[in-house]
Ligand binder design. Structure first.
Ligand code: BDR
Ligand code: CA
Length: 318
């Protein structure tokens, strides 16, 4: 049986790749997409998700728009508007044609609650965006912790931050929501932080290979990632020259081949107060605190395998 999943996204150049991988891989069944405020205002994230689905010929996958602001904060520049890193990496519109596809009427929170209440099959939840929708859905239906078999989150960074010295964007963008999710009591919580995604870099040479596939997914992957590489080269250089992480797609690759990341189990919590550290994902690697282990954290990734999974999947759509 195919593995069912729901993606919660703020599409976004790397969310776009995650959507394509989830929608096109033969072992996965992408049952729905929910969108949230993050890389751009939520309506842009919704429109971008629909553009991706249209472009790759998957118009039947439903998209449900979710929260337009963080749970409690009005004082963060999220979505970040002009001239900053997120704007440059993602922009408002993806480099894909406009679409006539429309989002569903039902709000993302209602969709998540209703889908998990009614399903008889396990559906993995994969949030690759600020955790606002997930925290709100948990507030409506706390039994989601029992109904969702695994949550795979792109977020956080132990040795590296990307929005502040301490914090990664998805967690920082709504720290109270992230705190609620990490403390909800999910039995299987998997975190793919920057520590892993920065080891699964896509190079400019690989971008050209994706382009040469000549498929809609191959060209979209190449265009989105080439743009990311250009921005990273200018303002956040990676260990490999002319390369960029495609963070969110690593979570989907993990569902296809778990060995694409290396997991270690630790207590994980979210800082919501610190003047310098708000939004930090605190991974207690030395077990100095009193909290029990609650999360499988990826500290390494197999870049060659990651590229291979995407190359094979995106080649098939010609
Ligand atoms: C995360 O932040 C977003 O900008 C990306 O889409 C990714 O989910 C990386 O920090
Ligand atoms: Ca994202």
């Amino acid at each position: 049986m195919k593995r069912k999943l729901i993606l919660d996204v703020d599409t976004g150049t790397d969310d776009a790749v995650a959507i394509m991988l989830a929608a096109l891989h033969e072992d996965l069944d992408l049952v729905g997409i929910t969108t949230v405020n993050g890389n751009a205002e939520v309506h842009y994230c919704t429109d971008n998700s629909l553009r991706v689905l249209d472009w790759i010929g998957k118009p039947e996958i439903p998209v449900h728009e979710g929260c337009f602001k963080p749970l409690v904060r009005n004082d963060f520049p999220v979505p970040r508007s002009k001239g900053d890193l997120t704007e440059k990496i993602h922009g408002k519109h993806l480099p894909l044609p406009e679409t006539s596809l429309k989002a569903q009427e039902q709000h993302a929170i209602e969709y998540l609650v209703e889908t998990y209440r009614n399903t008889t099959d396990p559906i993995t939840l994969v949030p690759t965006a600020p955790l606002t929708n997930i925290a709100a859905a948990l507030a409506v239906e706390p039994k989601l912790v029992d109904l969702i078999p695994e949550v795979v989150i792109m977020g956080g960074g132990h040795d590296v931050g990307n929005i502040t010295p301490s914090a990664e964007f998805n967690i920082w963008a709504d720290p109270e929501a992230a705190h609620a999710v990490f403390n909800a009591g999910f039995e299987k919580l998997t975190l793919v932080p920057l520590d892993a995604t920065h080891k699964a870099l896509i190079t400019a040479t690989q971008c050209r290979q994706f382009q040469q596939l000549g498929t809609p997914a191959g060209t979209a992957m190449a265009d989105c990632t080439a743009h990311r590489i250009g921005v990273h080269d200018k303002i956040q250089r990676m260990d490999i020259e002319h390369s960029a992480p495609v963070h969110d797609a690593v979570c989907v690759a993990y569902l296809i081949q778990p060995e694409v990341i290396t997991l270690e189990r630790y207590p994980v919590d979210i800082e919501t107060q610190g003047a310098l550290t708000v939004g930090r994902t605190v991974v207690d690697k030395a077990h100095r605190g009193t909290r029990p282990d609650n999360c499988n954290v990826a500290f390494d990734a197999n870049a060659a395998l990651f590229v291979d999974i995407m190359m094979k999947t995106f080649a098939k759509t010609a």
